[in-house]
Design a protein around this ligand. Structure first.
Ligand code: HXC
Length: 260
């Protein structure tokens, strides 16, 4: 498909890493509805592409995304938001099975920060800025800013960010555990692709199971989570890839995974 607000490519060996670039520079990648529809379509296409083992989501050096589109929201009313379930389909990012890595440069604000947090791993450029400025606009985060952020960095820091609207730097985001690592801005996307490529070398089936299990740490009590993890671990013993992985180790060779 041809897109207006995003660019989609396949990178890495054999095109095993899908790359989605948000490309609406006139509005610092503000997440208008047509842009989010394109992101959804691109994610579903990459999810269905059996060559692709991981997906990288990025923006520009100036902005990952400056949030939901304020011009679109200016005149919205409650009934319209409620009946139309405004912004509900953003969650496709959080339900894809393949790992999604956010490569964040510049502003990741409001819905932009929330979108990064829907990804599985966040890498940041050293000029990146994260924030939940909704409070300044007289609203509150609506796609995980009060929830995922709190789970990522803890209550006091999340409260401070959400209640002041102040941005934090990449360095703060890193020391608070919001991002895994910080890189020079022109290297973040390459680092994310390298990471995606590494993940793509494993069994896609087992990677999906592993991601599902980590995500359950945010949903379940410890005992339920441990139980779910143990059962999925048992499930891996019904796959060809588990057998191949262990056999390859014993035979001192690289595994040849078939995602089955
Ligand atoms: C619509 C936006 C926008 C946004 C920037 N622009 N952010 N348009 N929605 N969120 C537009 C500006 O209007 C401007 O267009 C152009 O992008 C360049 O922005 P400037 O402000 O001129 O750039 P700069 O001075 O460099 O400042 C950058 C900035 C600032 C600090 C990021 O743009 C800013 O504060 N943006 C809003 C950030 C924000 O509040 N995000 C949260 C949105 S609420 P023109 O046409 O004037 O040149 C949200 C709710 C999430 O996300 C709920 C999710 C469910």
């Amino acid at each position: 498909p041809t897109y207006e607000h995003i660019m989609v490519e396949k990178r890495g060996e054999g095109g095993n890493v899908g790359l989605i670039v948000l490309n609406r520079p006139s509005a610092l990648n503000a997440l208008c509805d047509p842009l989010m529809k394109e992101v959804k379509q691109a994610l579903l296409d990459l999810e269905a592409d059996s060559c692709v083992g991981a997906i990288v989501l990025t923006g520009s050096e100036k902005a990952f995304a400056a949030g939901a589109d304020i011009k679109d929201m200016q005149n919205k009313q409650f009934v319209e938001c409620y009946n139309g379930n405004f912004l509900n389909d953003w969650n496709v990012l959080s339900i894809v099975k393949k790992p999604v890595i956010a490569a964040v440069n510049g502003y990741a604000l409001g819905g932009g920060c929330e979108m990064a947090m829907m990804c599985d791993i966040i890498l940041a450029g050293d000029k990146a800025k994260f924030g939940q400025p909704e409070i300044v606009l007289g609203t509150i985060p609506g796609a995980g800013g009060t929830q995922r952020l709190t789970k990522a960095i803890g209550k006091s820091r999340s409260m401070q960010m959400c209640l002041t609207g102040d941005m934090i730097t990449a360095q703060q985001a890193s020391s608070w555990g919001l991002v895994s690592s910080v890189h020079p801005p022109d290297q973040v996307v390459d680092e994310a692709i390298k990471l995606g490529q590494k993940i793509s070398q494993h069994s896609k089936l087992i990677v999906a199971m592993c991601k599902e299990s980590v995500n359950n740490a945010y949903e379940l009590s410890l005992s339920e989570g441990l139980h779910f993890e143990k059962r999925l671990f048992h499930c891996t013993f019904s796959t060809n890839d588990r057998s191949e992985g262990m056999t390859a180790f014993i035979e001192k060779r690289k595994p040849n995974f078939t995602d089955s």
